[in-house]
Ligand binder design. Structure first.
Ligand SMILES: Cc1ncc(COP(=O)(O)OP(=O)(O)O)c(N)n1
Ligand SMILES: Cc1ncsc1CCOP(=O)(O)O
Ligand SMILES: [Mg+2]
Length: 212
């Protein structure tokens, strides 16, 4: 089972990214998506080369945003691809069956396509407005998640769905009630001064109904 909490990294420089990722790992994150926008391939490679052993040290999954070739080159655990990034079936053909491929969705139809093309998990959003990403797709809100997850249930589509976009602690329980698997967050963890406490609280809500 994939971890229910994915941390999406932030930072304008390699130093900032490493600082944020290291603190998130230290506070208990077990899944990092390295998201380092508008950089040269030399810079993203240099960061990925440092993040990989860090994630290994913390026994955390490490996936790369957007750049399938970097994920392949660095032997990351996988990649997250958006609606305008490389197609999921193409990525699967390159990465093979064992790597994690996540795909962005904003509609039920996106999810149907991703499943057909061999996606491993869905990043469904945005839940609400966020400054972390520009050019957001239409906001889904709680009702959007409820409707899409109901359609999935009706059509027996089973794939882990992660809610994303402006998620705060108070949103987690209502979102989980819609049937999602987990959440992908950036801002709340990056900006938190009490990361260990926040991550503990997030996990309590995410795993509230998991029987061990
Ligand atoms: C888990 C997860 N879900 C969605 C996204 C958004 O991906 P994308 O639409 O490609 O946008 P960018 O992150 O590339 O700006 C994501 N990164 N992770
Ligand atoms: C990458 C991405 N895709 C949709 S919203 C978003 C940003 C998520 O970050 P935050 O948790 O800070 O809103
Ligand atoms: Mg993308």
């Amino acid at each position: 089972m994939y971890n229910k909490l994915q941390y999406i990294s932030q930072g304008e420089t390699i130093k900032e990214q490493l600082y944020n990722i290291h603190h998130a790992l230290d506070a208990g994150c077990k899944w990092v998506q390295m998201r380092f926008k508008n950089q040269t391939s030399k810079e993203t490679f240099a960061l990925a080369e440092k993040v990989k052993p860090l994630c290994e040290e913390y026994l955390a999954n490490f996936i790369i945003n957007d750049d399938l070739h970097l994920a392949e080159q660095i032997a990351a655990d996988g990649v997250h691809l958006g609606l305008t990034d490389m197609k999921i079936d193409e990525a699967r053909a390159i990465l093979g069956a064992t790597k994690i491929i996540g795909g962005t969705a904003n509609t039920f139809e996106h999810i149907q396509n991703h499943v057909k093309n061999g996606c491993d998990y869905i990043g469904l959003g945005p839940f609400r407005f966020t400054i972390t990403k520009e050019k957001l797709s239409p906001i889904l809100g709680l009702s959007g998640y409820f409707e899409i997850l109901q359609k999935m249930k009706k059509d027996k589509i089973e794939i882990p769905v992660y809610a994303i976009g402006g998620i705060k602690l108070k949103d987690v329980s209502p979102l989980m009630e819609t049937g999602i698997h987990g959440i992908a967050v950036s801002g709340i963890i990056t900006e938190s001064a009490e990361k260990k406490i926040l991550i503990k609280q997030l996990k309590e809500k995410l795993y509230a109904n998991v029987i061990v």
